[in-house]
Design a protein. Sequence first.
Length: 495
Amino acid sequence: MNRREFGQGVLVGVPGLLGSSFVGASRAEEDKPPLRNSPEGEVYLEPAKKLPVHRFDVVIAGGGTAGVVAALAAAAQGANTALIETKGYTGGTVTEGGTALHSFYNLWKAFPGVEKRQVVKGFAQKIIDRLLQVGGCTGHAEMEKGFDYDSVCTAIDTELYKLVTLEMLAEAGVSLYLNTTVVAAIREGSRIQGVITESRAGREAFFAHSFVDCTAYGDVAAYAGAAFTEPNDYAVCNSIGLANVDVEKYYEFLQSHDALTQLARGIRSGKPDQIVRLEGTLVRLPEEFRREAAAIGLSTVTTTVHDNYFMFLKINLRLPVSPTNRDAVTAAEIELRRRQLRAVELFRKFVPGCEKAFIARTAPRLNIRRARCIRCDYDIPREDILEARHFEDEVFVYGFHDMAPRYKIKNGGTYGFPYRALLVKGLDNLWCAGMMITSDFVAHMSTRNTVCCMGQGQAAGTAAALCALKGYHSRNLPYALLRETLEKDDVIFVS
Ligand SMILES: Cc1cc2nc3c(=O)[nH]c(=O)nc-3n(C[C@H](O)[C@H](O)[C@H](O)COP(=O)(O)OP(=O)(O)OC[C@H]3O[C@@H](n4cnc5c(N)ncnc54)[C@H](O)[C@@H]3O)c2cc1C
């Protein structure tokens, strides 16, 4: 294609430029860089490129909480699977944002007489098993205090989580593309043919039968033209890992102010029955601590897998606009890092044993609780969750709500997660999994949690693989086949 042909092609998709003189331009104009004025300001007409093509059965975009599990599940069915992740490691927000993995269990402790049941297993539990082997997890530690919020605390070593999941993906035969970002979708009618990526290898195209969007932001769905909203109804956050601290002394500090609200004991530095989770109520803490913590959005909850380390301290910030706004996020990144220093100074000053604490880990960029909310065939309402409803197309069950004790799943039970909630509306071969689904805020406060995202990942990855290998349309995949496959891979179905 010569430059004139390229210019004609680009002009079709840029209505604001149709009045420009690009078509039929003089030779002198052709030699200039393709800069033009448009109603949006000055624009550059990017030359078309020939992109190398990779072909797979299944492409998973985003190797975070849901994406890792989706890729493991797809590969387990024998699908030729690619996982494309923009960062240099896997794990996403589970390694960057939260304190513990909520939750593998029902909320039995809050309901006297209700039986303790592990309700999520599958690949999520396999990751925990591997972490336990290398000293990277507390185990499912029972909550001694605050158990009307969650009955267990499953905390992880964030760095070992990255390594363990990378190893599991490699062993499963998943083709990993790290430091590679999905930047566009190639859509024909109601199917996605491919996604376009950028990395230091240049721009590339990944074609597949099935795609799973696990980018948290719903990038693939949005680029493919799916409907979405941007509610901007949560704070963003950049959590820190605080080292050179004394876990027992933090416990005593909270106790001395009669402020302790959460406590769990589990495996820490290889020893059982150690404190692994603590939270205090700010209202009982010294006035200066309370005011400064509130000012910087600092939460007192922390978990740990190591003796002298607080694995996560959350520092929150409300954005004026949705976190898809690059410029607002840039300002927030700077402000959050200022707040991180103020948080360390607060701990150094007030909490015994933390006098020489320092920041050992931050997230590489701020974390979101949600940005885009992608429209799917079914939008889970809060009633389904709170009333513990089950469905004929459910693909796993779940029993945690992040607003407990105010909102709990009825009778300490579970709700079923419907398959149709994973199908992106209007697209035939795109599933999504993770924080990007469920528009009702109260319902989202359950579905966005890590273990639920992992359950969604397993279901979406499995379905995507079965459709690719057996030629089913996503909406005609026989439920009996999907369920049998999920059960084979240790997914539990209990009510
Ligand atoms: C501050 C905070 C605290 C939380 N606390 C808890 C808690 O204590 N317990 C709990 O259970 N849950 C908690 N949550 C919720 C939970 O951690 C998240 O909702 C969940 O981890 C989201 O999983 P995900 O797979 O949707 O997204 P992620 O885990 O973020 O995965 C998305 C992945 O996609 C990648 N990606 C994004 N865009 C692209 C692209 N265009 N191309 C390629 N890759 C891309 C990202 O790098 C990332 O790895 C918390 C969340 C936050 C933000």
